[in-house]
Design a protein around this ligand. Structure first.
Ligand code: SF4
Length: 304
């Protein structure tokens, strides 16, 4: 029977997501005429659906929008996309996370000084598209260590390494080490954001104490997927669930009979979904399971 439910000390909405949602809500309230969000405001179906119900439009290209206000999502976009929107006469409201903008600033600054960028990240993610758009002729995106190792020696080229804000912190450490070996002159910018570091550390803290971790988040959320994979590697069962409806009662009886479960959530997951998951778990235990909120630990990290 389910006896203990551990809640990760850091989970759910990060600063950038809260900020983007607030900007979008204020814009939807105050703007005259149509309001459209370009791409998903954050990668969570419940949040995206709520905006749709409020009458806010959704587009995946500027050409789909002919009038009104266009909101740029937390993941950001390339500068030419914003420019195209302005040229079409759209009012542009930018909800890009400041920590994504920080990568734009780093890239623009060092490219001006003659650097070429190696960026470690998912080439298909909205954040990567925006980053590439800030230095289209001076950047190569690599998704794996193998891809990085296959790049030229670039002995005479000034090089900088940046990484996706939501990358796996342990993998980033390996990538940095490999990059230094391959290009001893490379300048490293650890651009993983603090919210990612905190959520990954928090899941590593509870994983050894539990039989399974449920990560609440959408399939489209890179950081939620990564949290589930980290949990899986440590406790053997890291499962990404969209909501409480995805919990299967048989996990806690019969063949499996898991007794201790951890709960975390990606940076784009609203807290009400996490609360519903905890409530359902407590209900499955017949009200017997103890809910344990893991303590926040102080961690020191240098932000470049
Ligand atoms: S995960 Fe990090 S970079 Fe992304 S929106 Fe949140 S704070 Fe910003």
């Amino acid at each position: 029977m389910l006896k203990e439910i551990y809640i990760a000390a850091h989970h759910g909405f990060c600063m950038g997501v809260k900020r983007a949602i607030t900007i979008a809500e204020e814009t939807a309230r105050e703007a005259k005429g149509r309001v459209t969000i370009l791409n998903e405001i954050v990668h969570n179906e419940a949040v995206v659906e709520r905006f749709k119900q409020q009458g806010v439009g959704q587009a995946f290209a500027v050409d789909e929008v002919d009038e009104g206000t266009l909101i740029i999502s937390a993941h950001g976009v390339a500068p030419d996309i914003k420019e195209h929107a302005r040229q079409k006469g759209l009012r542009v409201v930018d909800a890009t996370c400041p920590l994504v903008e920080r990568i734009y600033e780093i890239i623009e600054k060092i490219v001006k000084s003659g650097y070429y960028i190696v960026h470690f990240g998912d080439p298909n993610h909205d954040e990567t598209h925006g980053i590439v758009g800030h230095a289209p002729d001076n950047i190569t995106v690599v998704a794996t260590e193998e891809e990085m190792l296959s790049l030229p020696d670039w002995k005479d080229r000034k090089l900088g390494l940046t990484v996706q804000t939501t990358a796996h912190t342990n993998q980033v450490a390996q990538v940095e080490e490999l990059a230094r070996k391959k290009w001893p002159h490379i300048e490293i910018f650890n651009t993983v954001c603090n919210a990612t570091t905190q959520r990954q550390s928090a899941i590593m803290d509870i994983a050894p104490k539990v039989d399974m971790i449920l990560v609440v988040g959408s399939q489209s959320s890179a950081n939620s997927n990564r949290l589930a994979r980290i949990a899986d590697a440590i406790c053997g069962r890291g499962i990404l669930i969209g909501s409480a409806k995805d919990i299967q009662e048989e996990w806690f009886s019969g063949e499996f009979e898991l007794q201790r479960v951890g709960v975390s959530a990606g940076a784009s997951t609203p807290e009400f979904l996490v609360e519903e998951v905890i409530k359902r778990l407590v209900d499955i235990s017949g009200g017997q399971a103890k809910v344990i909120h893991a303590e926040k630990k102080k961690r020191h990290r240098t932000v470049v």
